[in-house]
Design a protein around this ligand. Structure first.
Ligand code: SPV
Ligand code: MG
Length: 268
């Protein structure tokens, strides 16, 4: 399964139209859309509102990145109930200490003891009310430099605690430690990978090595930043939008994304 990161309904819709099978409600994207760091600054309510706006717009599942779960196990139970009530299909909780900072930030990434996070996963699973809600356990062991063995040990413990899938994250420039993880994994649960810093590793290769889900977590946001920057700079410099008209979407395209005809038909 291939998943694209987004932070709003528009990005989610474009990912869906492009053929992605799910949308990642990325904490990095959602916080960046407010020009705030991905550092547990926004509240659960704000992340939830973003995720539900995304889910309302698309016919594919939203997988919500819920960081560390926004506090202790009480917060995690509350979070699960709120996301489930918001019709979110899955949440992904990471084993870092709250407050967390984005995995690529040059700072410390302290982990909870494995038994504490396993209990947290158990709490999350016990809190869900229906059958169709999934909890992904994400280990930051490789981000913390603890190695593949520790990452495997943690993921087995999280599987034991009831996780529905595990996510293994790396900030290395190549996929080697992810491949080692996949080679060492016994396949008891699906594995999710996020090839941001090792883009040369294709989804097809990841799947061949046993990954079930590949998340392109932030490429949409980075494309948006680049496109807006170039467009605004050109218009500001030229004093006319003529130089960008051929490369920006026509207004009719925006009307189609808004489903304007369907809305107008309600009053026809
Ligand atoms: C996110 O997209 O918010 C993620 C993935 O958690 S990463 O930014 O790579 O940590
Ligand atoms: Mg995140």
């Amino acid at each position: 399964m291939r998943v694209a990161g987004a932070h709003d309904a528009l990005g989610s819709t474009l990912a869906w139209q492009a053929g992605f099978q799910a949308v990642w409600a990325s904490s990095f994207e959602i916080s960046a859309s407010r020009c705030l760091p991905d550092a547990s600054v926004l509240t659960m309510t704000e992340y939830l509102a973003a995720a539900t706006n995304m889910q309302k717009a698309v016919g594919i599942p939203v997988v919500a990145d819920v960081d560390t779960g926004y506090g202790n196990n009480l917060n995690v139970a509350h979070m699960v109930r709120e996301y489930e009530a918001g019709r979110i299909t899955a949440v992904c909780i990471e084993d870092k200490v709250y407050p967390k900072v984005n995995s690529f930030a040059a700072t410390s990434h302290d982990l909870l003891p494995v038994s504490d996070f396993a209990r947290r996963i158990g709490t999350a699973k016990a809190a869900q009310r229906g059958e169709d809600f999934y909890v992904i356990a994400r280990t930051e062991a490789l981000i913390n430099g603890l190695g593949v063995e520790e990452a495997l040990k943690r993921c087995y413990a999280y599987a034991e605690a009831g996780a529905d899938a595990v996510l293994i994250h790396s900030k290395k420039k190549d996929q080697q430690e992810i491949v080692e993880f996949l080679d060492g994994w016994d396949g008891r649960l699906p594995v999710v990978v996020v090839p941001t810093t090792y883009p040369q590793w294709s989804a097809a290769e990841a799947e061949k090595h046993g990954a079930s889900v590949v998340i392109y977590a932030n490429q949409g946001l980075r494309a948006t930043v680049q496109a807006l920057r170039e467009t605004f700079r050109t218009i500001c410099q030229d004093g006319t939008s003529l130089g960008v008209e051929d490369v920006i979407a026509p207004v009719s395209d925006i009307f189609a994304l808004q489903k304007l005809d369907e809305w107008l038909a309600l009053e026809a």
